[in-house]
Design a protein around this ligand. Sequence first.
Ligand code: NDP
Length: 264
Amino acid sequence: MSFMLKDRVVVVTGGSSGIGLETVRLLLQEQAKVAWCGRNEERLLASEDAMRTAFPDGQFMTRVCDVLNADDVATFAEAVKTQLGNTDCLINNAGQGRVSGFDNTSDDDWMAETGLKLFGVIRPVRAFMNQLLASGMGSVTNVNSLLAKQPEPHMMATSAARAALLNFTHSLAHEYAPKGVRVNSILLGMVESGQWRRRYLDRSDTDASWEQWTGAIANKRGIPMGRLGRPEEPARALVFLASPLASYTTGSTLDVSGGFAKQI
Ligand code: NDP
C-alpha cells in the first residue's frame, strides 16, 4: 500500500541521522519531495550524499538550521517553498535527551531542556503553518517519548518537558482540526541511535555482539520485545501519521516502544 505522498512536500527537522534520516529515506522511496535540516553542516552534507546515491532522481534539499533559532527556521521555510513547493507535512524530529536527576539539573539545564522540547516544535510549526494551511492535507507529526506519560527519574527534565510537549500537541490538534491541519505524535521507547553505538564501543563486556548487548539492555529495562527499536520502525509510524492514510486521526499518539508502556 502506498502512503499517498508522491510529489507531496515533506519537511523533516533533524534529518541528518538516526530516526530522521530513516524517515527521509522512506519518504524518498515514496517519491515525496523532501527537505531536511540539522545544525552540523558536515553531517547534513553526508546525509545528502547518501540520499543522492540511493535516490539519483529524488527531489530533495537540505539546509543548516537550528530549530531553536527563529530566523533560521523562517529562512528554511521560505527556501522549501521556493525550491520544492508548498509544504504539506511537517515532521518535528530534531532533538536529544538529557540524563540527569533533580540533584544534577541546574536552572539553566531546566531552561535548556524545556526550551528544546517546546520551542524545537513551536518555531517550526509557526514558520510552516501558512504553508500547511494552504496544503489541503496539512499535517504536523511530532517525535515524542513515552517519558511524556511514564517519567524516568534519571531523565527528570526530559520527562517533564516531554509531558509539556504532549500537552501542547493535543491543544494544537484541537485548534487546527477545523482548519484542515492534523497534529499527532509518536511515543518512543528506546531506539538504536548514535548514542547507543557509542556506548557499545565503550562496553566492558567486549565479547558481547551488538544484538546481545542491546538485548541485555532491553531485558534489564523490561522491554517486552527484548530489543531496542530500529530507526526505520519509528520512521514508518511517522510517515503513516503524516500521510493521508491517517486522514481521520488527529490529537493522537502512536506508541513505538516494543511494549514498554505500562499504562493502558
Ligand atoms: P540522532 O542524534 O541520531 O538524531 C538527531 C537529529 O536531530 C540529528 O540530525 C541532529 O543533527 C538533529 N538536531 C538535534 N538538535 C537540533 C537542533 N536544535 N536543530 C536542528 N537539528 C537538530 O537521534 P535519534 O534519531 O535517536 O533521535 C531523534 C529524536 O527522537 C530526538 O528528538 C530524540 O530526542 C528522540 N528520541 C529518541 C529516542 C531514542 O531512544 N533514540 C528515545 C526518545 C526520543 P545536528 O546534531 O547536526 O543538529
